[in-house]
Ligand binder design. Structure first.
Ligand code: D5M
Ligand code: FE
Ligand code: ZN
Length: 596
């Protein structure tokens, strides 16, 4: 990387997610070996650094240049880097480079055997008949639009027949219900007594992050995952530890609960699912003709499952007779608010991008001031408030605002258009200026200050937010890319993002498999487990609109406020822009409003 000009230095720093003081850039440009100096500065930066200061550069130069030290001479900072910067500098934490790394670090036992779990042979070969009794989205989803004309007005005419979020067909979407018509300019104040409102947050890593990036932390977080999820399965099977199963006689009936360590197919088309618990691993064979064989395709690495079966004659493998996932009980009865009050669920504004849909956002913000929106007292934002810097290659070519702080200032201006008497809660996404590895803590003080409009609550990704009694699980949604990439299209696709969300609900974990798109921060506990069943699950990230109910849990992926980017065009991602799902907290009915 020739770094002869300050511009290149700024660009390179931005690519890694950093702003820099002008003086810092000048110092780097004047260094003996600018590229090496930049590497050293980045290596040296603390994990919460967003802006490289001149003082930091001076310190690093002083430590490296006089003695001719190489970058290697500078102690690396073993933490995740902010703002999506390239993980290569800190692989020990971000573990974002291929699943093999997950196999190394994701073990429950100290002896991670380095199994190359990468490819899931055969997954997706055949679209197994969808017999799963777990998935009933189509049926339950009917209840949603049925109670709500607006949904039908906004969707294709068949929506009521169970398009549990199937893609919106623009050509058939009637014009009615758009903000232009509904937002007649009347201004209405929310007359409600603010004392009636309540918003509590649980499961938020903000301020509690303990991960040091050491190998042992990964063992700890996976043990916690196992502990929490196996508890949800224990009542269903009489399980034995892997080590005990290993010494049982052939032919014995047994059961095991474990994290999925590997899934592979045999030459005859059966499946071998390797399960791991705190005592070791054990292989389990699912015959292809079993009625639950299709569910093997839904498995993700590191999710927790239980099996029941019979040991082979040689005692080496369990022939599986039943397969269980933690799941949401069918009997789940969602909580509702005690009064008629609504929440707007939005995500992915990407302010600072040339594609930010300013007009649509303006219409939405104006509508919030009308009588029609008088019951909308909450705004829940699921991340990617700004476009960020250095998130994807060549992103800078589509930036409208290149400074990350200015992006947040511009976002704060957009928030000011939202009525001041609404409660706002926001979590970060992968474009935001926090560490990329999940769980992501809420923003630092400086960014909170910038976004302090309306006293907005800022919490981590994910967070469980209880709004007037209704448990809303907010998660940005990066794992949806993973679920969609791994599972057959019938079970998860960009056109039906809520179905990918159903999978996460079944697994009771927002990001079971990491290493591809999803990065995991090792913490003392696994914040990504769904310990409680949420009433509403709200994600964004994939820029698609989709919703439906799974075992009475309303899953909503709320679209975006960014028009198609060049990258999205190149891979045929057609974003759904300018929709605001409006949720009745007293009934959990939902209305999707369109503002484009
Ligand atoms: O991502 C929005 C969606 O687009 C999400 O499904 C990831 C995908 N996406 C967008 N840009 C890229 C690049 N450059 N590489 C891979 N995948 C991408 P968001 O992160 O919200 O912009
Ligand atoms: Fe996004
Ligand atoms: Zn995103």
């Amino acid at each position: 990387m020739p770094l002869e000009t300050p511009v290149r230095i700024v660009t390179e720093l931005a690519r890694r997610g950093y702003n820099a003081e002008r003086e810092a850039v000048t110092l780097l440009a004047g260094a003996e070996a600018p590229a090496r100096a930049l590497e050293a500065v980045v290596d040296h930066a603390a994990d919460d650094t967003l802006r490289i200061t001149a003082a930091e550069v001076q310190a690093v130069l002083a430590a490296t240049e006089p003695t001719g030290d190489t970058v290697d001479g500078v102690a690396p900072v073993p933490e995740a880097s902010p703002t999506g910067s390239d993980a290569s500098g800190h692989p020990s934490v971000s573990t974002g480079d291929g699943h093999s790394e997950s196999a190394e670090t994701g073990g429950l036992t100290e002896m991670a055997d380095g199994a190359e779990a990468g490819e899931r042979a055969g997954a997706g070969d055949e679209a197994a008949a969808e017999r799963s009794s777990d998935t009933d989205g189509g049926a339950t989803a009917e209840r949603i639009p049925g109670a709500n004309e607006q949904v039908q007005a906004e969707r294709a005419p068949t929506a009521a027949a169970g398009a549990d979020g199937a893609g919106v067909d623009g050509s058939t979407a009637p014009e009615s219900g758009t903000a232009a018509e509904t937002g007649t300019g009347r201004t209405a104040a929310r007359t409600t007594d603010p004392a009636l409102r309540s918003m509590e947050v649980a499961g938020d890593v903000t301020g509690r992050s303990t991960g040091t990036g050491e190998y042992g932390d990964f063992v700890t977080v996976f043990r916690d995952r196992y502990e929490k999820l196996s508890k949800q399965l224990r009542g269903r099977v009489n399980h034995r530890p892997a080590s005990a199963i290993g010494s049982m006689n052939g032919g014995t009936e047994t059961a095991m609960i474990g994290l999925v360590d590997d899934v592979r197919s045999t030459k005859n088309g059966h499946w071998i699912v390797e399960l791991e618990d705190t005592t070791g691993t054990f292989p389990c064979l699912v015959m292809k003709d079993r009625e639950f064989a299709g569910r093997v395709e839904e498995l993700l690495l590191d999710e927790c499952v239980a099996v029941e079966g019979t040991l082979s004659d040689d005692g080496e493998i369990v022939f599986v007779d039943a397969l269980y996932v933690p799941d949401v009980p069918r009997t789940h009865t969602p909580n509702t608010a005690d009064r008629h009050v609504q929440a707007a669920l939005v995500s992915d504004l990407h302010v600072g991008s040339q594609e930010f849909a300013a007009d649509a956002w303006d219409r939405f913000a104006s509508w919030l001031h009308t009588d029609e929106a008088a019951a909308v007292e909450y705004l829940l934002v699921a991340g990617d408030m700004v476009e960020g810097v250095g998130v994807y290659p060549d992103q800078d070519e589509e930036l409208d605002i290149v400074d990350i702080y200015e992006q947040y200032e511009a976002f704060a201006e957009r928030l000011k258009d939202v009525p001041g008497d609404m409660e706002i809660l926001m979590i970060p996404g992968n474009h935001d200026a926090v560490r990329l590895a999940e769980p992501q803590p809420g923003f630092d003080e400086q960014l909170r200050e910038i976004m302090s409009v309306h006293d907005a609550r800022i919490t981590g990704n994910p967070s469980l937010v209880t709004v007037e009694g209704v448990n809303v699980l907010m998660y940005h949604g990066v794992s949806l890319d993973e679920v969609i990439a791994e599972l057959p299209e019938s079970k998860a696709s960009y056109d039906e993002p809520h179905k990918a969300m159903y999978q996460l609900l079944k697994k009771r974990h927002v990001a079971p498999q990491f290493g591809g798109k999803t990065r995991l921060a090792p913490e003392e506990r696994d914040y990504l487990v769904m310990e409680e069943v949420p009433d509403v699950f709200h994600t964004g990230h994939v820029h698609k609109l989709g919703w439906g109910k799974y075992h009475n849990v309303l899953a909503v992926n709320s679209g975006c406020w960014q028009e198609q980017t060049d990258f999205q065009k190149s891979v045929n991602i057609d974003p759904e822009v300018g929709y605001a799902p409006i949720l009745d907290l007293d009934t959990l009915d939902m209305t999707v409003r369109k503002f484009t």
